[in-house]
Design a protein around this ligand. Structure first.
Ligand SMILES: [Zn+2]
Ligand SMILES: [Zn+2]
Length: 221
């Protein structure tokens, strides 16, 4: 079940963007909420948990995660935090976007099989991202088949990360460092979402409300 939820999140996002009229303000609210919830769970639970494990190089790997996410966003144009800075005119398969999203999704799958709240945070984070990626892809000239293949592979990556972590010993020796890298990724993605959600830094009561809601929900869990 835990393996299926992240895939389900992508499919729900796809379904929403495909079948339901897309109200961009609602999606922006959902995005702001997901950013605040992900940041809160990371800071309140995930980060202290990893620091307690005590390796002195944890901080370095968190910084490495932030740098990795910055590099991934050069490739994806910002898709992991929910928007695109790239052109819709191309009809070639967007390999850089695809690879970047898959690396991001695989890595975020690694810590979530041991941490229920983090699993919820990643699912909440995936729904608006999947809505935005799907509606972007359907506005390009790519064939439907390629788009569905893209979304399926992207959807499978997070469960794959969890599966490899849970059922193999490959990652055992480096799991704590990978977790630290994922913390860096989450810190960068969630703060970017929050930063970009306040357009021109104009106060918006709804956005501020959902940001508070994300924090309170993480505190209540
Ligand atoms: Zn951006
Ligand atoms: Zn993500």
């Amino acid at each position: 079940m835990n393996l299926l939820l992240p895939l389900l999140a992508v499919l729900i996002g796809f379904g929403i963007s495909y079948f339901i009229y897309q109200r961009s303000f609602t999606i922006k609210l959902l995005l702001a909420f997901s950013g605040s919830f992900l940041l809160s769970v990371t800071v309140l639970e995930f980060l202290p948990e990893i620091y307690i494990q005590g390796s002195s190089s944890i901080g370095i790997f968190i910084l490495a995660g932030i740098l990795l996410q910055i590099v991934l966003e050069y490739m994806s144009g910002g898709a992991e935090h929910g928007h695109f800075h790239i052109s819709k005119e191309k009809n070639t398969f967007p390999y850089a976007l695809f690879i970047s999203l898959c690396i991001h999704a695989f890595l975020e799958g690694i810590p979530i099989h041991e941490n229920k709240h983090l699993l919820y945070a990643v699912i909440v984070h995936k729904v608006p991202i999947a809505i935005i990626i799907s509606s972007f892809l359907f506005n390009t000239k790519l064939s439907k088949f390629k788009i569905i293949l893209f979304l399926l592979f992207f959807g499978i990556m997070t469960p794959l990360g969890s599966f490899v972590q849970a059922n193999t010993t490959i990652l055992d020796g480096i799991a704590v460092y990978l977790d630290a890298i994922v913390i860096g990724i989450f810190l960068h993605v969630s703060t970017t979402i929050l930063f970009e959600s306040s357009k021109d830094h104009k106060f918006n009561i709804y956005k501020f409300g959902v940001i508070l809601l994300g924090i309170f929900l993480a505190l209540a869990l």
